[in-house]
Design a protein around this ligand. Structure first.
Ligand code: GDP
Ligand code: MG
Length: 301
């Protein structure tokens, strides 16, 4: 079966946007003049990926794109990639994109070795560490589907929950108005101090932002590519996807998901550094909320 044809024939509402966006995407970025020489030829080194140089090859369009940001997760990526592949096996077509964000432990090599076994796996590498939010964004920009699923690369999110999120995002009669479906970790498998810090952080956050988001730290989310790319970008935005989708006028949904202990490697965040950046970000996001005059309602006359 031709997976691309199947996807188009499904008449998914996202498809037309997806195709329109692609033309834009193929254009070189604003800075392209910096990378062309006097003969007009592109002289960028082949190994360097620039945002607008990652083409979304639409002859290879797929039904869903799973985006996983990773930093130093060498022991986790193999088992996780296999679990994701099994979880999306029921989809007509899917791709799995890992973004290696300047790992120094051989994560990229482990992923490349997996490509033989998992043909739907794509591996994108940042030239240096740019953070989890940028990793997600790079993956979303490169994604060939309008429907994105993200999850943490350490295996704490359970890929078996993916179909549940997708069903809500694509399924119901009001599905088109939903920007994001977010997992909520019913039982956190983290240390007591982490859970305590989270509880305090969530309390302050709920008070300042009133966004109704119960568990913003859950990495497992399904959203529309176009909705995500419409959000303002800043480092650590991944904790505010729900708030900013609401700001943009999208509906948000929550689903209880499984959470597992980390079995390999170490957390990249400490309670203290998370709290410090969070306080700063909270006020920034509060400002963004106030600086919004409602979703655009317009018609062409
Ligand atoms: N791309 C990228 N991913 C990161 C970075 N730091 C953490 N991650 C990923 O984000 C996810 C959550 O990070 P983790 O350290 O497990 O945070 P915790 O579960 O909240 O303690 C994992 O997939 C990490 O590999 C980073 O600097 N860049
Ligand atoms: Mg984790």
């Amino acid at each position: 079966m031709d997976p691309v044809g199947h996807w188009r024939n499904m008449g998914h509402p996202g498809t037309s946007l997806f195709l329109e966006g692609a033309g834009l995407y193929k254009a070189r970025g604003r800075h392209s003049h910096m990378h062309t020489n006097s003969t007009g030829r592109d002289d960028r080194p082949a190994a360097t990926l620039f945002y607008d140089g990652i083409e979304r090859n639409l002859s290879m369009a797929v039904g869903i794109s799973v985006v996983v940001p990773v930093k130093d997760e060498v022991q986790n990526v193999g088992p996780l990639a296999r679990e994701i592949a099994a979880a999306v096996a029921g989809e007509p077509s899917a791709e799995i994109i890992f973004i290696d964000d300047g790992s120094s432990d051989g994560t990229a090599a482990a992923l490349i070795a997996l490509k033989q076994e998992l043909p739907s796996l794509r591996v994108i590498q940042h030239a240096h560490n740019l953070g989890q939010s940028r990793g997600i964004r790079t993956g979303v920009r490169a994604a060939r589907s309008d429907i994105i699923v993200t999850l943490d690369g350490d295996g704490q999110n359970d890929p078996a929950d993916i179909p549940k999120l997708l069903e809500l995002l694509r399924g119901g009669p009001d599905a088109q108005s939903i920007g994001v479906v977010s997992g909520v970790r019913a039982k956190r498998k983290d240390t007591l101090s982490r859970r305590l810090a989270s509880r305090i952080g969530n309390g302050i956050r709920a008070w300042l932002l009133s966004d109704g988001a119960a568990d913003t730290g859950c990495g497992l989310k399904a959203f529309r590519r176009e909705a995500f790319l419409a959000l303002p970008y800043f480092d650590h935005i991944h904790r505010y996807i729900i708030t900013l989708m609401i700001r943009e006028g999208y509906d948000v949904r929550f689903v209880e998901v499984n959470h597992r202990p980390r079995t390999h490697g170490a957390s990249k965040y400490t309670n203290f550094n998370r709290l410090l950046v969070s306080v700063n970000d909270l006020f920034g996001v509060r400002w963004l909320q106030r600086r919004f005059r409602g979703k655009t309602e317009a018609k062409e006359l």
